[in-house]
Design a protein around this ligand. Structure first.
Ligand SMILES: Cc1cc2nc3c(=O)[nH]c(=O)nc-3n(C[C@H](O)[C@H](O)[C@H](O)COP(=O)(O)OP(=O)(O)OC[C@H]3O[C@@H](n4cnc5c(N)ncnc54)[C@H](O)[C@@H]3O)c2cc1C
Length: 571
């Protein structure tokens, strides 16, 4: 059941307590509470997700990625030297289901190399692609959207799951750019080949985007993993409660959690008899650990937090994909629902009546991934940041329906995404107040290779939208201005002045091999040197996959659940 206040909880005895009811947290809560003999509690700072239209209608997510948005922590980065001193928004959800409740819903796993690299650095083959595919399939319940099907070669059913909790499918609407993209794969197959399924382990090429959308509606860890089991008597979810810190229960065992409704309310404490699981996300989890005195002792002392346990990598190694926007004026009958109130209202009424129409869709209905050749000048003198030959260096999301841009003028918009940035940032405390937002340094474009890849992606984007299929569609280049030459300092300035953050952060509680001198958790996601404590969220991912991060997080959480169940002989 869902509770709002500590006093309402029917029992104070829990085997497992999960801090953070987000994407990963609710997967773990569902799987552990499958065993009726254990009592599970989730503590989530945000509100209950049900009955909120913004979190159901796919299109509306385009309006939830701005400063001051609801259901969000509204975190802003520190001034970024790589972005000419700008601070940028790093969106992260504050609601049940976490980011899966308000994200862009793109469903992409990354490359086989990504997971094989995790297996290599952790020494645990269980993280390899071969071993992780069953966890992706365990999550997925593939659904067919109108206009698409395996008979058309739009996806490969052999690499998907059809019986999992989470509905996955295509955009419910065909966008004006879609036929042009597909035509480009026929006109220029060498540079822009069609990829039947970007989730088959080699995402390179152009394919239809898969989404966490089913029957025209967003699916999330809250709708898929919580709603169907919310009445289990052994599962309690406490919303609107903020975890301030964890406390040593006995010698090097941290199973006590402290939380409260807000800064001035009384704080409560509870013990997990088996395990405490931190799933507060790539920013929230290191913040809880640091608030608890677990981190680099010198840095903690500097800001006045009493060090309790030395773990130097907490909050370090943050990595996130930068997004660089490029745009052209377009020649097409495009209605931007974010700039046309009448059309927006009509579309919303259609969605409410039948779950059909333009609001069933999200942003990029196709994905394009590119790998630089081995002899590319970009890689000369730079270590290749990609995980291997199946892995792209950048992706281009193409869109003209206004999902990413709030103008009524027809605009062709491309977001370039550096798939596996070499730059690293960090999460650190600002003060001893556990409620104060931490300092988030994205580290953007601090590694020269990331900037070089961004520049290269601009050249590819230009070739993409000026191919034969686009002759009557693409008009003038808008951003950067046409006089900005590729490879020029002007292009570098443009990139540094316009890059924003995809909220795909990983690495702040990274896993590493047992006995490694760095890392925060062991391959079984137990915190190094501490008992009774695991981390299960995006923060444990050691290297950015060539993907948006929700599918990897779901799969990590499914595997983590199996590991926890095995450790405690649960059903
Ligand atoms: C705007 C946006 C768009 C995105 N688009 C996509 C996309 O299209 N495709 C994709 O694959 N990925 C996307 N992502 C990324 C992806 O959704 C996330 O990487 C992933 O969902 C993170 O899961 P998580 O479990 O690590 O954390 P979260 O889902 O963020 O869960 C953490 C939870 O912990 C709670 N919490 C935090 N601190 C505390 C505390 N102290 N006490 C109690 N609770 C706390 C939070 O409120 C939250 O509910 C997007 C993210 C954002 C923000």
């Amino acid at each position: 059941k869902i509770y709002e206040d500590f006093s309402e909880l029917p029992s104070k005895d829990f085997d497992f307590i999960i801090a953070g009811g987000g994407t990963a947290g609710l997967v773990v809560a569902n799987r552990l509470s499958e065993d009726p003999h254990v009592n599970v509690l989730v503590i989530e700072a945000g509100e209950w997700h049900q009955g909120i239209l913004d979190l159901q209608v796919p299109w509306i997510s385009s309006r939830l990625r701005v400063n001051g948005a609801p259901f969000d922590w509204n975190t802003t980065s520190t001034p970024q030297p790589g972005l000419n001193g700008r601070s940028v928004l790093y969106s992260r959800a504050r609601v049940l289901g976490g980011c899966s409740s308000h994200n862009g819903m793109i469903w992409i796993r990354g490359s086989s190399d990504d997971y094989d690299k995790w297996a290599e650095v952790t020494g645990d083959k269980g993280w390899s692609w071969k071993e992780m595919v069953p966890y992706f399939e365990k999550t997925e319940r593939w659904t067919i959207a109108p206009g698409h099907g395996p008979e058309r070669g739009d996806f490969n059913p052999h690499v998907h799951g059809f019986r999992g909790p989470l509905g996955i499918g295509f955009n419910g609407v065909i966008q004006p750019t879609d036929p042009l993209v597909i035509q480009t794969t026929k006109d220029l197959p060498h540079e822009f080949p069609f990829n039947e399924d970007v989730n088959g382990g080699r995402p390179i090429g152009i394919g239809w985007t898969q989404f966490s959308i089913a029957n025209g509606t967003r699916t999330s860890s809250a709708t898929a993993y919580l709603d169907p089991v919310v009445n289990r008597p052994n599962l309690s979810v406490l919303v609107n409660n903020y975890v301030t810190r964890i406390i040593e229960t006995s010698n090097s065992s941290f199973r006590t959690v402290e939380f409260g409704r807000n800064q001035t309310s009384p704080r409560q404490q509870l013990n997990a008899s088996k395990e405490l699981i931190l799933s507060a996300g790539v920013v929230g989890t290191p913040q809880i650990l640091l608030n608890s005195g677990i981190g680099d002792p010198a840095e903690l002392e500097n800001i006045g937090v009493q060090p309790v346990f030395s773990l130097y990598s907490v909050g370090k190694n943050f990595s996130c994909e930068p997004h660089v926007p490029f745009s052209w004026t377009a020649n097409g009958p495009i209605v931007n629902l974010n700039a046309n109130e009448t059309a927006s209202e009509e579309a919303l009424q259609q969605w409410i009546a039948s779950r059909t129409g333009p609001m069933t869709g999200s942003g990029w209905s196709t994905l394009a991934y590119f790998r630089l050749p081995d002899d590319s000048p970009v890689l000369v003198g730079n270590e290749d940041p990609s995980a291997g030959p199946n892995t792209p260096h950048f992706g281009l999301g193409i869109n003209a329906n206004g999902y990413y841009i709030m103008t009524s003028d027809p605009t062709l918009y491309i977001l370039s995404e550096i798939s596996e940035p070499a730059s690293r940032g960090s999460v650190a405390l600002k003060s001893t107040d556990p409620f104060e937002q931490p300092l988030l340094d994205l580290g953007f474009l601090s590694a020269p290779v990331d900037l070089a890849i961004a520049k290269e992606s601009f050249k590819t984007a230009q070739r993409y939208v000026t191919g034969p299929a686009w002759k009557n569609f693409t008009l003038n280049q808008m951003a950067p201005l046409p006089n900005v030459a590729a490879n020029s300092d002007d292009l570098e300035r443009y990139i540094r002045n316009t890059t924003v953050a995809a909220s795909h952060g990983i690495g702040t509680c990274a896993m590493s091999a047992r006995g490694a001198s760095y890392g925060v958790v062991n391959p079984d996601l137990r915190v190094k040197g501490i008992s009774g404590l695991r981390v299960v969220d995006a923060g444990v991912i050691p290297f950015s996959p060539a993907a948006n991060t929700q599918a990897p997080v779901y799969a990590v959480a499914e595997r983590a659940s199996d590991m926890i169940k095995a450790a405690w002989n649960l059903r």
